[in-house]
Design a binder for this molecule. Structure first.
Ligand code: ATP
Length: 312
């Protein structure tokens, strides 16, 4: 739990822009990230997420605009690991060291008490492997070590770049629970991903970017409501007759199995009334809400740099 009286930590990004030659990696981004919530930072590959996180952490200088943690530019904070903990690249560690030695060196370099090392090792479930060389760690263990490093300074703000990347289902569940717990303790948890499926059971709020620009900054629930591709699922013993009637009303109809139709451009109410008026039996009539994934794909469709599933 954070000490009483602590100023509420918060991330603020204001008109943030980064250009690399002709490439605008980040283009006038504005958003805030609130404490006590998990905020997902989502966008397709190349959307500018890592560049934004690096600017937040003072590792990349913005071309213009500002990125602050708790009202300060990160590089102006007195002690690196105390105001914010970060996981940027879990592979970027010395493979010859043990996990414990890696964390001890970080604690020493940042003026943190040595006891924190055992504490965070325990927190991420790495105690048993702490005295093995990092070179022999699996990707999941490296992610855990990276998260342990981020937690070392007991920071009120956590900034994690793709922490679920490469984890097995058990690892994903573990990180998800950890993030929820850290947010429950009142911390600001900002976590990037290029997959909506990773965020939909993890995040409370979303910041969605595409080609360096802001697409949405809102709660997960309001983002889900943006999906436009609402359709109606219908099951009937007379699919062809009903399809013809619906098409005559201007709806788009596709077969979704031998006796099932997928209808867009007509609400369930209209489908039901039309069927009743013409004596067509309906065995199912369901409005399918657009999933978060659909909303994400629709809203970022114009901003994808590479084909889906591009290797990372
Ligand atoms: N140091 C750099 N020099 C030149 N271009 C860069 C540099 N860093 C990033 N870029 C470019 O900026 C854009 C955004 O990259 P960034 O890595 O921030 O995106 P991302 O959303 O984190 O994507 P990914 O999930 O693939 O890492 C890309 O077009 C990338 O090629």
């Amino acid at each position: 739990m954070l000490a009483a009286g602590t100023v509420e930590p918060m991330i603020e990004v204001n008109d943030l822009t980064k250009r690399y030659g002709r490439t605008t990696a980040v283009d006038g981004l504005c958003f805030t990230v609130r404490p006590g919530r998990v905020t997902g930072f989502l966008g397709p590959n190349g959307a500018g997420k890592t560049t934004t996180l690096r600017m937040l952490l003072g590792l990349v200088t913005p071309t213009s605009g500002s990125a602050t943690v708790d009202g300060h530019r990160f590089r102006d904070h007195p002690r690196g690991l105390r105001p914010a903990g970060a996981l940027l690249d879990a592979g970027d560690v010395h493979g010859g060291r043990t996990g414990r030695a890696h964390l001890r060196a970080l604690a020493l370099g940042n003026g943190l008490p040595r006891e924190r090392v055992a504490r965070v090792l325990d927190e991420v479930g790495l105690t048993a492997a702490a005295d093995r060389r990092i070179g022999g760690y699996s990707l999941g263990m490296r992610q855990r070590l990276g998260i342990a490093a981020a937690l070392l300074g007991d920071p009120p703000v956590l900034i994690l770049d793709e922490p679920l990347n490469g984890l097995d289902p058990e690892g994903v569940l573990w990180v998800r629970e950890l993030l929820r717990r850290l947010a429950g303790e009142g911390r600001t948890v900002f976590v990037s991903s290029h997959l909506m499926s990773e965020m939909e059971h993890t995040a409370d709020d979303l910041v969605v970017v595409g080609r360096g620009r802001l697409i949405a900054a809102e709660s997960l629930a309001s983002f889900a409501a943006r999906g436009t591709a609402r359709s109606v699922a219908v099951r009937t013993p007379e699919p062809e007759r009903l399809a013809a009637l619906l098409r005559a009303e201007g709806a788009a109809v596709t077969a979704d199995g031998p006796q099932a139709l997928d209808v867009t451009g007509a609400e369930a109410l209209l489908v039901g009334r039309l069927a009743a008026a013409h004596g067509v039996v309906l065995e199912e009539l369901t409005t399918r809400r657009s999933s978060l994934e659909q909303a994400f794909l629709e809203l970022t469709a114009d901003s994808t740099d590479y084909a889906a599933g591009a290797a990372r």
